[in-house]
Design a protein. Structure first.
Lengths: 605, 289
């Protein structure tokens, strides 16, 4: 690597890092004052880029007018989102608020897609990009302006937080919300201001990424958003200095990574960096983790509430309806939708032991699902295994591989463990993409004594049997001593340790059980689709699993069936209009979280 | 002191330069009730956290029945036979009272935890984990027998607080009153059948009659021969229940002895009431309050 290449890469890294830093500051700011991880921030990147394209290219406004307009619109949107969705929900359950911010982000992306279409738009060159040089390294006014703007904004933010009245209130609120309230700080106002600032910064980052890359579409916020999110975690959620440092560190590492290993390695690098940092410094570079988690006076973050008492007759009735009535009377369309419902119910039911009992809200279940799907495909396609052997085997392999990869993260605490698993899921799929860039075709259908089982009815019945087995296993597990021990780890790990329960071991075991069922579900998906590629196993899939579990009641395996019927089945009815579908998904999620924060089958108490 | 149950020598722990526990040595004999008192911030809870492995000491040794435990984690210390409660109460909020107590039995179980000797070994710990999973889902004749023993052990612990916890047996712990959470915690700790029971302010936040009730129960435990290490602010209770009292201030032990002797000790009175003698004779300049 020559010197000019080195400086080129460094500049590229600085410019990327610049964008990440802006985004990360927004995420960290909101996390500090509301304790909510704000996925809606992702959408502001895409939105900022699209709006500035619209103003400059379509309306022909000068850039210096377009930029403040974009910031204003993003800020106003942020305000509306905060008072209508995030703040009301953060009161109930920060986790629910996090999921609802994801719903908001889905809605924003889709509205933006309806408004601007999903196509990539070429961004006009508003400032020269290659008119300056230091030695042999060329760069442009555009780059200088971007970096300069960030420096000015960060300096202004630092002064505002240090000396401004509201700035001080923001710092006070992020240290102790209760105490701030008692001292008469208008916490609501502080949260609104933080959210507005964060949204505007997100919009600005979006404009910058459009300027830097030159093209943008409404979905382009997701990747940048994820990286900015990792940057905020890297620095330590809630620490603004950390967010800036994390952003630039990640930008530079990424630029060098792409230089050496190519663009496919990007996500792997990002998440390897994240996981290494979290293992070495569990609170991020600038964050602090308390030596002992606070002694909970009223319980834990797991939703409180009692599961509704299910009358005994419900079980046989549900069995007959799902196992007999649907297969006998259902049309092929109903059966095909039904198989999807059943597969997600299997994955989600297996996930309840991790999310509901062990208290680890893993956000990367798409990883083990993908391992199961690919394993099953490879076993049957190339190694001549029968489906019936490949099915449990792929669950087993998913459990083993996911457990090995996840083994370093069980000491990580709180939100960070969710983020680490999110990274894990994305990294697994990225590795699979490296190995199988093309996708796998012609995955054989299951056969039964020589008869191919390729009808929707056959798939439905197979999946139904697997679901029943899954539910029985989860029920046995939950009732056993082991089940109670796993729940104790989720409820209070320090107290569990003092009772002789090795928390890390049981979290790892719960995760392995969940990964097994995720792998089984992946295998079922692969043989039903007969074609798989990495674009199936997205973050959306991971979050869908989480949402299903939350919807049904986070620790109830049978709740996963209800959640799956609602989210997969009812959403299927809206398949003819994909944009509307995601908007409705978002609304359903927000409404459920608002009125049944513990899940549909859990009564608030 | 060769027959002591717990022997602590030269224990030290500091937080960012503040010496919370600064060279503490004491012992607890089998069947003995020892209380640690002292003003807020004197290092009592930190001492308990060190003894139970919740945090690690920076120096010193802790010996339980001849076994060194200062480097062991809290799970292993629990297996060695030290059970504890926490200052503000840590119950498993989403579990019922009975299930809370059942978790306390964890370290006493055999059949539900095959190969449990391997649980601390890298990679091999998966053998007991998968064994437990198998027992949970399929079950063995031994584990079914043990289930019955677990149920009766849970009943026995609930019986300790029958009037209070009996009716709440199947209620989730988050729905309990503060005092009932403390009782659940004590019952959970007793389920371990500990050689040493460590209680961190068991009556904090309780009213007079509830405190009296706890006193009765502590006296019952003492009569059963249970060794107890107690941190408590309510001196009446401490004087009634303790065989020996240790007084801490500024991370050090400033007095130790029988309850009555300690009560008369001028250094203790000074630490509590803050009366100063002539500055020149102040033995501990800069100590808080």
């Amino acid at each position: 690597m020559g010197r000019s290449e080195l400086t080129d890469t460094l500049i590229a890294g600085l410019l990327r890092g610049n964008v990440y830093a802006l985004g990360a500051v927004g995420i960290s700011l909101v996390f500090g004052v509301m304790n909510v991880v704000n996925f809606a921030q992702f959408s502001f990147f895409g939105l900022g880029a699209m709006l500035s394209w619209f103003f400059v290219s379509e309306l022909g406004l000068p850039f210096y007018i377009a930029l403040p307009l974009v910031l204003l619109i993003c800020a106003a949107l942020g305000f509306v989102i905060n008072i209508s969705v995030v703040r009301p929900l953060a009161k109930y359950l920060p986790l629910a608020a996090m999921l609802s911010t994801y719903a908001v982000s889905q809605i924003l992306d889709n509205v933006s897609q309806i408004a601007f279409t999903a196509q990539f738009q070429v961004f006009p060159e508003v400032l020269p990009t290659s008119n300056l040089a230091i030695g042999s390294t060329r760069f442009g006014t555009s780059d200088v302006v971007m970096l300069g703007t960030t420096v000015v904004i960060m300096a202004a933010m630092a002064l505002f937080l240090k000396y401004g009245k509201i700035g001080r209130a923001i710092r006070a609120t992020s240290q102790d919300q209760e105490a701030a309230l008692q001292m008469g700080i208008p916490v609501g106002l502080v949260q609104n201001v933080s959210f507005v600032i964060a949204s505007a910064l997100g919009g600005l980052a979006g404009v910058f990424i459009a300027l830097y890359v030159g093209v943008a579409n409404p979905g382009s916020g997701l990747n940048i958003g994820l990286t900015a999110f990792v940057a905020a975690t890297l620095g330590g959620l809630g620490s603004l200095v950390g967010a800036v440092v994390g952003g630039f560190v990640l930008g530079i590492l990424e630029a060098f990574g792409i230089h050496f290993f190519g663009d496919t390695a990007r996500q792997i690098i990002v998440f390897v960096v994240l996981i290494v940092v979290l293992i070495v410094r569990p609170g991020g570079l600038f964050g602090k983790v308390p030596l002992l988690s606070a002694e909970p006076l009223t319980g834990t973050f797991l939703g409180k509430g009692r599961p509704l008492r299910i009358p005994r007759w419900v079980w046989p009735v549900a069995f007959v309806v799902l196992g007999v009535a649907v297969p006998v009377f259902g049309s092929n369309y109903v059966l095909t939708t039904g198989t999807q419902v059943l597969i997600y119910a299997i994955i989600a039911a297996g996930f309840t032991v991790t999310a509901g009992q062990a208290g680890v809200l893993a956000l990367g279940q798409a990883g083990p699902i993908a391992i199961g799907a690919y394993m099953s495909a490879v076993l049957t396609l190339y190694l001549g295994f029968s489906f019936w052997i490949a099915l449990p085997l792929s669950g087993l392999v998913a459990a083993i591989v996911a457990s090995i990869l996840a083994s370093p993260i069980w000491g990580v605490k709180g939100h960070y463990i969710s983020i680490a698993t999110l990274g894990l899921g994305i990294a697994i799929v990225a590795v699979i993409q490296l190995v199988f860039p093309q996708g796998l075709y012609n995955i054989p259908v299951p056969t039964f004594f020589g008869t191919p089982l390729s009808t929707p009815l056959a798939y439905y019945l197979i999946d139904f049997v697997v679901l029943v087995i899954t539910l029985v296993i989860m029920w046995r597990l939950r009732r056993s001593h082991l089940g109670k021990v796993i729940s104790s780890v989720g409820a209070d790990e320090v107290a569990a340790l003092a009772s002789g329960v090795r928390g890390r071991n049981y979290k790892a075991l719960a995760f392995a059980v969940s990964a097994f069922f995720a792998g089984v579900g992946g295998s079922l998906l692969a043989h039903q689709y007969t074609y798989i590629d990495p674009t199936i196993f997205t973050m959306m899939m991971s979050l869908l699993v989480v949402t299903i579990v939350i919807l049904g009641g986070v620790g109830l395996s049978y709740g996963a069936v209800i959640g799956s019927i609602i989210l997969i089945g009812a959403m299927e009815l809206l398949r003819f209009t994909p944009e509307l579908r995601i908007i409705v998904y978002g609304l359903v999620l927000i409404l459920v979280v608002r009125f049944r924060p513990g899940g549909i089958l859990v009564r608030k108490s | 002191m060769s027959e002591s149950l717990l022997q602590v020598t030269g224990l030290e722990r500091h937080f960012d330069g503040l010496k919370a526990v600064d060279g503490v040595s004491f012992s607890v004999a089998p069947g003995e009730v020892v209380s640690i008192i002292g003003p807020n911030g004197s290092g009592k809870t930190t001492t308990l956290n060190l003894v139970t492995g919740t945090i690690r000491p920076h120096a010193g040794t802790i010996t339980l029945e001849g076994t060194r435990i200062e480097k062991a984690d809290s799970a292993r210390i629990a297996e060695h036979g030290i059970a504890r409660t926490f200052q503000n109460g840590r119950v498993f909020a989403t579990l019922s009272v009975a299930d809370n107590i059942e978790v306390g039995l964890h370290s006493t179980l055999r059949a539900s935890r095959p190969f449990r000797g391997l649980s601390n070994i890298f990679l091999l710990r998966w053998i007991p984990l998968l064994g437990e999973l198998f027992v949970a889902i399929v079950g063995t004749p031994g584990s079914r027998r043990e289930e019955k023993q677990v149920a009766s052990a849970v009943d026995a612990e609930i019986h300790r607080f029958e009037a209070r916890l009996g009716p709440r047996r199947d209620d989730p712990a988050y729905s309990l009153s503060y005092a009932n959470r403390r009782r659940t915690e004590i019952a959970r700790a007793m389920a371990l059948r500990p050689r040493l029971l460590v209680l961190d302010e068991p009556t904090a936040g309780m009213n007079q009659s509830e405190t009296t009730e706890v006193l009765e129960q502590l006296l019952d435990l003492k009569a059963e021969g249970q060794a107890i290490l107690l941190v408590e602010h309510k001196l009446d209770l401490v004087m009634r229940v303790s065989d020996r009292v240790i007084v801490m201030d500024g991370g050090r032990i400033i007095a130790e002895g029988a309850p009555e002797a300690v009560r008369q000790n001028p250094a203790v009175i000074e630490a509590y009431i803050g009366r100063r003698r002539e500055p020149a004779r102040d033995p501990n300049p800069g100590a808080p309050e």
